[in-house]
Design a protein around this ligand. Structure first.
Ligand code: GLA
Length: 429
């Protein structure tokens, strides 16, 4: 896939699973700056970076006004950018360093740009649509060590780094505060939804823009909450408990814009309508407050017309509760309980939400059999990555077992990375 990923993957011995290293800010800034100079023959105004993410737990809950718990990865997308006087946009990336894509913001309509350049172009378009008339065109060069198409939010890393860069060079003033960043997040989401045509519920962009080092971001997606109310930083210090968080990218094809994701969303919205609530969070909260929660869940499911809808709702409602339980378990140092919640989340995504594929199920199974406290898919599913909570020093061994099992099944070779809770988008140069 990306040449960058090849460059930054370290492989110890023949046949061993590659680990993708994160680029430092200095390395990333230099690479993006060099690419910019090579493409446009002049220097950029600066370089900004935004991370990919893994969601610890709380999957397919964001668009149901639920809870999720992402951390930012140390793996980032770097953008070197220079504003233009006109409305032209030119972008290039290290995946194809000789191909500069061009668009014009003047008269641009939703879905008016094809290919990957829709993501950054759409951010400027969305800001202008939101009334920020001073945003004009730009030239940009991207370099990234976030593996593409791996369920680790490489697209959010691209849209969020673009939003932060545009905020800075056009002096919008939203990038400096957590609450202000929500304006930029909205532009990133609009770009992905309306320009690139990829559904997304906001988890990824909030993670990329609002996570802090050493913490997981407890994100409450109820629309009535203000930016000051909807996040809290939860300590996520793996060292404290002698743990590592292994991420394995299965390399199974991953796509959210193929209709499956949109179908899940539509089923949830339809269920909420039938239940007479604004969203499934209202249902989940009602059940969690009931004296007999089992009975309350049963009554809710009985009110739904078909088996598929019952399964989808059961996942969402139980997953929201699992986020609360995970936060409690981890804070108390009950790693076994935290691991069991990872497992329960995955099993629910496999059986009830039906978004896993054999690669994800097998990777999770092998991790569990090889001593992980818990393992689950992360992100939207239908391919992508898994995460496993393992004792310190065991990541490579567990990752290798997964790679060996993949070889037996004839799957693509997976690749791995080590996740630690890192900081959000920032200017690097
Ligand atoms: C994708 C979407 C997110 C979220 C997850 C599932 O990553 O972009 O908004 O819905 O799937 O939790």
């Amino acid at each position: 896939m990306s040449t960058t990923i090849q460059q930054h993957a370290t492989q110890d011995a023949a046949g061993s699973i590659p680990f993708i290293d994160a680029m430092s800010d200095t390395e990333g800034a230099k690479a993006a700056r060099d690419l910019f100079e090579q493409a446009y023959g002049e220097a950029p105004e600066g370089v900004w970076a935004a991370p990919g993410r893994v969601n610890l737990i709380g999957e397919h809950t964001d668009y149901n006004a639920g809870l999720c718990l992402p951390i930012a990865l140390p793996h980032r997308t770097f953008i070197a950018l220079k504003p233009r006087e006109d409305t032209k946009v030119r972008v290039v990336s290290d995946v194809a360093p000789d191909k500069v894509a061009e668009a014009d913001l003047d008269g641009l309509k939703a879905r008016g740009v094809d290919g990957w350049s829709a993501y950054p172009t759409g951010v400027a378009w969305a800001l202008r649509q939101a009334g920020f008339d001073k945003v004009k065109g730009f030239d940009a060069a991207f370099t990234s060590c976030v593996p593409l198409g791996s369920g680790l939010s490489s697209s959010a890393a691209m849209t969020c780094s673009t939003a932060l860069a545009l905020d800075d060079v056009y002096g919008l003033g939203y990038g400096d505060s957590d609450a202000g960043r929500v304006t930029l997040i909205n532009a990133a989401i609009k770009s992905e939804n309306e320009m690139a045509g990829a559904s997304t519920g906001g988890l990824d962009q909030n993670a990329s823009m609002r996570c802090t080092e050493g913490h997981a971001l407890l994100l409450d997606c109820r629309p009535e909450l203000t930016p000051l109310e909807n996040v809290s930083q939860q300590e996520f210090d793996l060292d404290k408990y002698n743990l590592e968080l292994l991420v394995v990218d299965t390399q199974a094809p991953h796509q959210l814009n193929d209709g499956q994701y949109a179908q899940r969303r539509a089923t949830c919205e339809e269920a909420a309508k039938i239940l007479g609530v604004a969203n499934l969070r209202v249902t989940a909260d009602g059940i969690s407050k009931a004296d007999d929660q089992f009975q309350a869940l049963k009554e809710t499911l009985d009110a739904l017309p078909d088996e598929t809808m019952k399964k989808r709702v059961r996942h969402v409602v139980t997953e929201i509760e699992r986020v609360r339980s995970f936060v409690r378990a981890f804070a108390q140092g009950d790693i076994k309980a935290a691991g069991r919640l990872f497992n329960a989340s995955h099993d629910s995504l496999a059986a009830d939400y039906e978004v896993t594929v054999p690669e994800l199920d097998i990777a999770v199974d092998v991790a569990r059999k090889n001593g992980a406290y818990g393992a689950r898919m992360t992100g939207g599913g239908f391919g992508g990555s898994i995460i496993a909570l393992v004792d310190k020093g065991r990541s490579r061994e567990v990752a290798q077992k997964i790679a060996d099992a993949f070889a037996v099944h004839g799957f693509h070779q997976p690749r791995a990375l080590a996740a630690v809770a890192s900081s959000s988008a920032h200017r690097v140069d």
